[in-house]
Ligand binder design. Structure first.
Ligand code: COA
Ligand code: ZN
Length: 299
């Protein structure tokens, strides 16, 4: 049976984009529910400026609680710079995703850095914290709100620059949900072929209702770790037009129905999504929670 690991990024990508602050206990309940449903890996927060992302100002508190409660769990946090990596490391976290955009203009808008500055800081992080796993989140891989789309060669050149630094894991992000399946197939196939030593993930937004098909295309092109968010929350406040990710519960349902092994209990995940829906206003875009048991039309 084919195995696919679903990596939940909702507590970071989803919550960062909500207007009303979600209290720590509520965030923790959502995280508990996801773990209970069998989700094995999670981006649980980000260590970024609270001025940029006020919703995640509780990153330290949440991280401390989770590391104590689930010491062996695969938690990781997004960091934009050395400052964030240091904070995460000092709290005991040993995995981060370091965000850098393929788009120089989005990199500037999002984290106020040039590419050279971002790469220099990545090197410092890797030199200073040898036992920190660093996955590079390559934002705007499939297109940028300011610069448009990139050729596969341009993408590969950028990935090559990251790979040459000794990075072992990368997440290819469709930050503004602009990819199409042909493009995903082309880029993912080429990346997997050119960098066999790298473990790739995809991070797909569903802005144009192509989240599921693009995620599935990435899987069929050789990727076995895919990111998604419970309830399809998500969006980058610094990328105009960005909206939610592929919904985890919908994705888990589809993959399980197709015979992929995800290790997730889909019914429990749907309950988790229903709880999440009850505690946020708007933004929720998952589909499967709307189906009442026993009311499906057979034909
Ligand atoms: N976490 C918390 N605070 C941070 C920080 C971090 N990782 N990095 C910097 N800061 C603080 C500094 O201490 C400083 O605080 P002060 O104003 O109280 O002195 C302030 O932020 C400005 O520091 P500076 O280094 O000049 O940063 P900046 O203004 O150039 O902003 C980032 C750079 C990266 C901190 C900011 O753009 C950011 O947090 N972006 C995150 C964007 C994001 O999360 N996008 C969505 C996910 S892709
Ligand atoms: Zn995202």
């Amino acid at each position: 049976m084919n195995k696919v690991q679903i990596v939940e990024v909702g507590p970071r990508d989803g919550f960062q984009n909500l207007k009303d602050y979600i209290p720590v206990e509520t965030k923790l309940k959502v995280i508990d529910d996801l773990i209970e449903a069998g989700v094995k890996s999670m981006q649980h927060t980000s260590f970024v400026s609270p001025k940029a992302i006020p919703q995640l100002r509780d990153a330290g508190e949440i991280t401390k609680i989770l590391l104590e409660k689930y010491p062996a769990y695969d938690f990781f946090a997004l960091v934009p710079n050395l400052y964030g990596a240091r904070k995460a490391y000092e709290l005991g976290l040993r995995k981060v995703s370091y965000v850098v955009s393929l788009s120089a203009s989005h990199n500037k808008a999002n984290i106020n850095r040039t590419h050279d500055e971002s790469f220099a800081e990545l090197k410092t992080i890797m030199d200073n914290y040898k036992d920190l796993d660093v996955c590079v989140d390559v934002a705007t891989t499939f297109g940028c709100p300011f610069e448009g789309k990139y050729s596969t060669d341009t993408v590969l050149r950028f990935l090559d620059r990251i790979a040459k630094m000794g990075v072992k894991e990368m997440s290819l992000a469709d930050t503004i949900g602009i990819a199409n399946p042909k493009q995903v197939r082309e880029i993912v196939t080429a990346a997997v072929k050119k960098f066999p030593e790298i473990e790739f993930q995809v991070h797909i937004h569903d802005t144009r209702n192509m989240g599921m098909v693009n995620t599935l295309t990435a899987i069929e092109s050789g990727i076995t770790k895919v990111q998604s968010t419970l309830g399809g929350l998500g969006g980058c406040p610094f990328a105009p037009g960005a909206s939610g990710n592929t919904a985890t519960e919908d994705l888990a349902y589809m993959l399980s129905d197709m015979g992929y092994e995800t290790g997730i209990d889909v019914d429990k995940l749907i309950e988790a999504a229903k709880y999440e829906k009850s505690i946020i206003s708007g933004n929720f875009s998952g589909h499967i929670v709307n189906i009442q048991k026993g009311t499906q039309c057979i034909n």
